[in-house]
Design a protein around this ligand. Structure first.
Ligand SMILES: NC(=O)c1ccc[n+]([C@@H]2O[C@H](COP(=O)([O-])OP(=O)(O)OC[C@H]3O[C@@H](n4cnc5c(N)ncnc54)[C@H](O)[C@@H]3O)[C@@H](O)[C@H]2O)c1
Length: 277
């Protein structure tokens, strides 16, 4: 897809951060947008931002962990907009807790959104992308889908799963000969609300259960703005890149993982022990 003008993009988690920036940037390129989020205030804000940009917009309050609701949304997008060409499976949440301390409720909450939400979005929209004759599926993983990090086991599990799922999907689309491209996105730290709206359990010696402290640490580490992230994702889509890394931190982590595929773990343990002294 070389041009997004007149195309229709569906975006989950569009009420904040990367999803909101994607909606605004896509609308700026003349792409109609179907936005969804489970946060009504955020969704209204994004709808207001794109409303005056001369493209069609539809907004639906939606929990991506609700499979039936995602399928109903996909059907509704096509009914409203006539077709759909791109699905950005972006909605996600954060959770910090050790494996030992993590209850299944938190683990399942995260997997249902960060992994199953991506699967539902992909499978619900796939038939409509085929019908449109030109489609692109963009799944948001993370640099935490490339390396394991203490207190992030659930998030790591979901984001590694998104990577595997998305890479397999890309191969299948090519084998079937469908005109559907697939991109897996691995952002480094992006300055969004994700840490502030996340859950913080007992992170043992490596973590903090103080959400204010955690949000401060995240803000310090996150260097890229959501607008920059959206531009990089859209540029990757237009070039049909299989994988998009966002930020210098993502490139460093990618290199580290290649150079020290298991040794990076020793570095993370060393760093966590030093910080906890
Ligand atoms: N911010 C980062 O540093 C970073 C890094 C790597 C990956 N990511 C990923 O980027 C994606 C976007 O996150 P963000 O940083 O913009 O965070 P954000 O918190 O600013 O935005 C996430 C949006 O998803 C929505 N959401 C949460 N649960 C939902 C649900 N069950 N149903 C529908 N919507 C839901 C939230 O309401 C919010 O509007 C996520 O998948 C996240 O894991 C973020």
């Amino acid at each position: 897809m070389k041009n997004l003008r007149g195309k229709v993009a569906a975006i989950t988690g569009a009420g904040s951060g990367i999803g909101q920036a994607l909606a605004v940037s896509l609308a700026g390129l003349g792409c109609h947008v179907a936005i969804s989020d489970n946060n009504e205030a955020g969704l209204d804000q994004t709808e207001a931002l794109v409303a005056s940009m001369g493209v069609k917009v539809s907004a639906v309050l939606l929990d991506v962990a609700d499979r039936e609701a995602v399928y109903t949304w996909a059907e509704g997008v096509v009914a409203d907009m006539g077709q759909v060409n791109l699905i950005f499976n972006n909605a996600g949440v954060a959770l910090s807790e050790t494996v030992e301390n993590m209850g299944y409720e938190n683990f399942e909450w995260l997997m249902n959104i960060n992994f199953w939400g991506v699967v539902y979005g992909t499978k619900a929209f796939l038939p409509y992308l085929k019908t449109a004759g030109e489609g692109h599926i963009i799944n948001i993983s993370s640099v935490f889908g490339m390396i394991g990090v203490p207190t992030q086991s659930a998030y790591n599990a979901a984001k590694f799963a998104v990577k595997g799922f998305t890479e397999s999907l890309r191969e299948e689309m090519a084998i079937e000969g469908y005109n559907i491209n697939v991109t897996c996105v691995h952002p480094g730290g992006i300055k969004t609300n994700i840490a502030r709206s996340g859950r913080f359990g007992d992170g043992g010696k490596a973590g903090t259960s103080d959400p204010v402290k955690a949000a401060k640490m995240f803000d310090k580490a996150a260097r890229t703005t959501p607008d920059e992230a959206a531009q990089i994702i859209i540029s990757g889509v237009l070039k049909n890149k299989p994988r998009v890394l966002i930020g210098a931190d993502a490139r460093v982590i990618d290199t580290l993982q290649r150079l020290l595929p298991t040794g990076y773990q020793d570095l993370l343990v060393w760093g966590a022990k030093r910080r906890s002294k």
